[in-house]
Write a protein that binds this ligand. Structure first.
Ligand code: ARG
Ligand code: ZN
Length: 882
């Protein structure tokens, strides 16, 4: 790992390079422990650059084994090289030259899974953000775009498959059982989009004809024996290609598009030009091994990576501060795709839940940062929910403010103007301004100011004037390094629901800008008046979650029940139902903490049962309503002095009370959904399964007997139902014979299925209660536990730390201690993964004082080591600084 651990990179320091790279010719001679990399780079000094400036290339842990200029070896006085840098002096003042750089690397020893690595017999690469510099010395930055030709030489038997970006232009058999393939990518690209894969894999192939009639070959490569599980990903890819043509006019540009699934991968997937590399959990699916959620994720991520071909690859980022330019926009495109493929409101509710569960806490904690940060220590740590999901919300708000046509016009201009470029967020915003005449100067603050705005709402109704007055305020609490917050430009979609549940249309809205039902908040406080309102309405704010904000609205129970029962915007309706449940749960946790008995009002149960039984609503929505906020959700709503044990007790009590109240309904619902005999992963079928399983959890809680879940486990003919039943047994009847039997049956049955075993590990890691720590510790010694496989580490350690509030936050601090030990050893192996795991503790200051002190002690213990990776050092330092 790099030695310069505390470097800080600042946006304000951005400078273009002194040299321009035109072409790169790479030759890889692949060997398991010794791979040689030859790099021939044609370049010239940038016009206007300092004629005496040396060439300075990035490296990371490299050793130089050869260096030549225009074919002649360079004398030692002309260059310096160490693990992290190559500096070449006295280069021609102008005119082109060719630099030849040779390095030797060891792909088998590369446990960081960054750069070129070899696991399970497969060579593959991950270069974003700064992995290419672990392969060879280069300008490893996104604004240096070059045309690549890649030659791969390897043993033909173990590596029959040799892949890189672009089109294959040559193939040859060589001596000694070796062969070579040469790939050429005609599109100039930054180094982070370089990819190479070599090994022995199975493949499925299909074709796609683009809107202009070009024929594209599509291939998905997976491990042998798993080809049948690649079909859904292929289908999702074709739908994504079609959708991007229809919705945004974007066509694919190479003759071939390849996806490779690998089992050791730090992240979800990577959009390398023409050669996407995926974590295999986001490709492989069949009914026996994948859940409905897995199918939905696969569809979304396959589309996401494909969409990057235009938003990311054809137009890339000038520097890594602009990361959200490609990630936020691509997540938005992915979300719109999912909404069009599935149920729009259900997809949107899932996005809201994700944002609140992950982005809001990030924005409200020690790791808060703007969508476009101005400084970083380690860019790997900025692939965050703020850059991705909040970034997506910002693009969504632009679409809301400009309307769908305005958004499309702006994006068309962006593609036209910046194709082939490496650009900034300002360049992006300018396109919308110029295409539509809107001024986005104030709006742009969303990119630069961290924190989640809180909107206060107060209303008054004047019967005589037939007027509703809405007073809206906004504040954002300070975040690290940003004490003073300014008001943002916030689009807030508002609905008025009349006494009969009807939508009331005002004759006019005055007091500020608005686009139809979207109010544009721009000041600290504003008053809007709705005219022509004949009766006092229930006010539904932030319909469709039009802005990523928190709403503080002291609304009468009666109004909220009206919205919960009649709101036609299903996102707002879900939100109100959810808020009613959350309020009850928070109050119950307070009761437990104060030693009072938990009392539950009947209305909540009535609303949940009525919604669950409403056949006019789609099953997936009914399932969402029936899913109570999690213990983590409750903790976040309590904000500080959080006691996970009290929350657990309270939630269990509320859950049991609702289960009792709706016993018959829930039991009926477990069998009411007719599913066709053959499994289909479509959203509607998935929704029926979701409702059945949500009802099952309540039905067995009401019965106080695992028998019904046990039968469901026995009858399950797909992974969704099987996992749901097993989780109910393991979590609601922990320690029972039924739970242990199901767990060991599942383990036996799927012993040869790593992705399913991950679900087994996660189920065990998230069993509530202090005793789970011992089980997790024991599972680290299980034959199937593999600390080098990121999916397995996340399934056991990640799930325990981030999704088991009572187990992890044991009041003796043993959970933190165990976790810190793991972090310290894991950091040596895989810094990216470890730093990501560490963020599970970022909200430790919200805990009650005893746990908070115990947690801090362990974070400090980690921070006291002076040999941490830059990734982990950055995270723990920021966690302790605030
Ligand atoms: N660009 C990839 C995506 O599609 C993720 C790359 C993650 N890389 C990293 N260093 N964290 O979102
Ligand atoms: Zn992405």
């Amino acid at each position: 790992m790099p030695t310069d651990k505390n470097r800080t990179v600042y946006l304000k320091d951005y400078q273009p390079t002194d040299f321009i790279i035109e072409t790169v010719d790479l030759v890889f001679d692949l060997g398991e422990t010794m791979t040689t990399v030859g790099s021939e780079i044609r370049m010239r000094r940038r016009p206007g650059a300092d004629p005496s400036a040396p060439l300075v290339f990035d490296g990371d842990g490299l050793a130089l084994s050869g260096l030549a200029l225009d074919g002649k070896p360079l004398l030692p006085e002309r260059y310096d090289s160490d693990a992290d840098t190559l500096t070449v002096r006295d280069l021609p003042e102008d005119g082109a030259f060719t630099l030849t750089v040779k390095t030797r690397i060891n792909p088998t020893a590369n446990s960081q899974l960054l750069g070129l690595y070899r696991t399970n017999g497969i060579y593959s690469t991950q270069c974003e953000a700064e992995g290419f510099r672990r392969i060879t010395y280069f300008y490893d930055r996104p604004d240096v775009l070059a045309v690549y030709t890649v030659t791969i030489i390897a043993d033909e038997k173990t590596c029959p498959l040799l892949l890189s970006n672009g089109n294959m232009v040559e193939e040859q058999t060589l001596d000694d059982g070796r062969h070579m393939a040469r790939w050429h990518d005609p599109f100039p690209k930054p180094s982070y989009l370089f990819a190479l894969v070599a090994g022995d894999l199975a493949m499925i192939e299909d074709r796609f004809t683009t809107m202009s009639g070009r024929d594209v070959t599509l291939r998905v490569y997976v491990e042998h024996g798993k080809a049948e599980r690649a079909g859904y990903a292929m289908d999702a890819l074709k739908r994504a290609m079609k959708w991007d043509e229809e919705r945004f006019g974007r066509e694919y540009d190479l003759d071939i598009f390849m996806i490779v699934a690998v089992s050791d991968f730090n992240m979800g997937a990577m959009e390398n030009k023409g050669l996407n590399i995926f974590n295999d959990r986001l490709i492989l699916a069949d009914p026996e091994t994948a859940t409905d959620d897995d199918y939905a994720r696969i569809e979304a991520v396959v589309a996401h990576e494909y969409f990057h071909n235009w938003t990311g690859n054809r137009i890339t980022c000038r520097d890594w501060f602009q990361l959200s330019l490609k990630e936020g926009l691509t997540v938005y495109r992915e979300h719109e795709f999912s909404a069009d493929q599935r149920s729009r409101p259900v997809v949107r509710v899932d996005e809201v839940k994700f944002l609140r569960a992950h982005q809001f806490p990030e924005d409200g904690g020690p790791l808060a940062h703007p969508v476009r940060p101005t400084e970083y220590v380690e860019i790997d740590n900025f692939y965050t929910t703020t850059v991705y999901e909040k970034g997506s919300e910002v693009s969504r708000m632009i679409a809301t403010l400009l309307g769908p046509d305005g958004f499309r016009q702006g994006l068309d201009l962006f593609f036209e103007r910046h194709d082939g470029g490496a650009v900034t967020i300002e360049d992006y915003l300018k396109c919308f301004e110029e295409a539509t005449g809107h001024d986005l100067t104030h709006f742009a603050l969303w990119y630069h100011q961290a924190g989640t705005p809180v909107i206060s709402v107060a209303s008054a109704y004047d019967e005589d004037k037939r007027e509703l007055t809405l007073t809206l305020g906004q504040t954002t609490t300070p975040t690290p390094g940003e004490k003073v917050k300014k008001p943002l430009h916030i689009p807030l979609r508002v609905g008025l629901i009349g006494p009969n549940g009807d939508n009331m249309e005002p004759s006019a809205i005055t007091g500020g800008e608005h686009r139809k039902d979207v109010l544009e908040l721009t000041e600290d406080e504003q008053t809007f008046v709705f005219e022509g309102i004949g009766a006092r309405p229930a006010i539904s704010v932030n319909r469709d979650f039009s802005a990523p904000v928190k709403i503080r609205f002291d609304q009468s129970r009666e109004d909220r029940l009206r919205i919960a029962g009649a709101e036609t915007d299903l996102v707002a309706r879900w939100d109100t139902i959810n808020a009613l449940a959350l309020e009850t749960l928070v109050k119950a946790a307070g009761d437990v903490k104060a030693g009072r008995s938990v009392t539950i009002d009947g209305e909540l149960g009535d609303v949940l049962i009525a919604t669950a039984e409403d056949d006019a609503l789609e099953p997936a929505f009914r399932a969402l309503a029936l899913t109570l906020p999690s213990e983590l959700d409750i903790g976040r709503a309590i904000v500080d002095n959080v006691d996970p044990d009290a929350i657990h007790t309270a939630r269990s009590a509320v859950f049991a009370a609702i289960a009792q109240a709706g016993g018959d309904s829930f039991a009926r619902l477990t069998t009411a959904m007719e599913n066709p005999r053959t499994f289909s992963p479509d959203a509607e079928s998935a929704g029926r399964r979701a409702l059945t399983n949500a009802a099952l959890a309540l039905a067995v809680a009401g019965e106080g007997d695992p028998a019904r879940a046990n039968r469901a486990y026995g009858h399950a003919d797909n992974m969704t139902d099987m996992l749901a039943a097993m989780r109910i047994l393991a979590h609601q009847f922990a320690g029972s014979a039924e739970a242990e039997d199901a767990l060991s049956d599942f383990r036996r049955r799927f012993a040869g299925e790593p992705l399913v075993l991950d679900k087994w590990f996660s189920t065990l890691a998230t069993v509530p209660g202090a005793q789970t720590l011992e089980r997790v510790a024991a599972l680290m010694g299980d034959d199937a536990f593999d600390e080098t496989n990121p999916n397995r580490v996340r399934a056991l350690i990640g799930a325990f730390a981030s999704s088991n509030p009572t187990g992890f936050n044991r009041d003796d601090g043993a959970g933190y201690n165990f976790f810190a030990d793991f972090i310290l050893t894991s950091d040596k192996r895989n810094a990216t993964l470890t730093a990501r795991l560490m963020t599970a503790m970022r909200s430790f200051e919200a805990l009650e004082p005893t746990r908070q002190a115990l947690a801090r002690r362990q974070i400090e213990r980690i921070a006291a080591h002076d040999d941490l990776s830059r990734n982990l050092r950055d995270i723990v330092d920021r966690m302790l600084k605030s």
